[in-house]
Design a protein around this ligand. Sequence first.
Ligand code: S3P
Length: 424
Amino acid sequence: MIKKISKHTTGLKGNIKIPADKSISHRSVMFTSLAKGKSLIKNFSKGEDPHSTLRIFKQLGVEAEFLDEKTLTINSKGTLHKPQDNLDCGNSGTTMRLMSGILATQNFTSTMIGDESLSKRPMRRVIEPLSLMGANIQSTDGHAPLIITGSNLQPINYTSKLASAQVKSCILLAGLNTEGLTSVTEPYISRNHTELMLKYMGANISVEGNTVSIEKSELEPRTIEICGDISSAAYFIVAGLIVPNSDIILKNIGLNETRTGILDVVKMMGANIEILDKQTISGEETGDIRIKTSELKGCKISGDIIPRLIDELPVIAVLATQADGETIVKDAGDLRNKESDRITATVTELKKLGADIEELEDGFVIHGKSILKGGCEVNTYHDHRLAMSLYVAGLIAQKEIAINDFEWASISFPEFETLFNSLM
Ligand code: S3P
């Protein structure tokens, strides 16, 4: 689907509720499915990725019933059964990598497959630690399909080269069903939703610095209410800052510190942004964010902040085109392994629009402020975050832009355009 976007001049105005966090939605289904009994999940994501996870647990014998569009019960015997067919993870790296840790300790063989993009993404990062625990995983040169024959594993004390919540969570999920103490240490702290939710469900899990340790534990069923996704809010934060005459409030946003790198960055750039009404919901911090159009200056983004804003970097690049001076993003080489090579994709497409942006091996440099001329077609690379970032760029481009394959936005955020329209 080609989406045409033209410049918005009258300003974004109003309040919107940001839909459920994708990372927390995946985990809510995975962990309640491992708990014997009935759990309730409120405000589950409508994104295609969390629904891939849900479909897989139904194939593994878990009962899921929707009470309305976003509320469901999960009824589990606490054990999973061998699936009849391949488990299709679709576009979702979180599903495939976290499921690897769960499937590696089951008493059956299963095969996980993914779409074209997921089949190209590196899986050695989970195969290696799981194999050190004794897991039996066959892949095609480190890529899906993954054929996993479950067994009893040995605990591990693993130091990861990557600050990746998917790798960390995979090992912790294998450790959850393995006798002894399993620990993972990462170079910088990545998102910690796994740790918080496993603790909330009764697991024996502890955190010390950059190390998380877990012992074999039984999870208890729970009610989990999912907060809004700061990675989805990011498109509105950036649009609110760069579309002239804007003043918007985003409600119900997850403010977990391992995810709020974008708030630190926009503050560093001089944004007029306020956090209101902080609360804690199901173990996660939440709040509302008010954003007004702001004069911005460039900044340097590198080191331990990177995992705290990894998914927001394409839209931060759009923001940086409207900031005075240089914005440098470094230490973000893993962006090349996301749903697309997000470094090359962001640089190529923003250049087409008229941005002054240079590609680095592990990031990019943007010289602002520049006028985005637009008047061209841009590509999403079938990557939801590129689709939504380019839409935001279209709101300030001088001439209409046409975004190819825009429907990929639904991977995480089917409500994206309707919510934008409600602010116009
Ligand atoms: C996620 C972790 C991140 C992120 C992805 C979701 C998760 O990946 O990019 O969109 O839910 O654990 P990495 O942990 O591999 O960086």
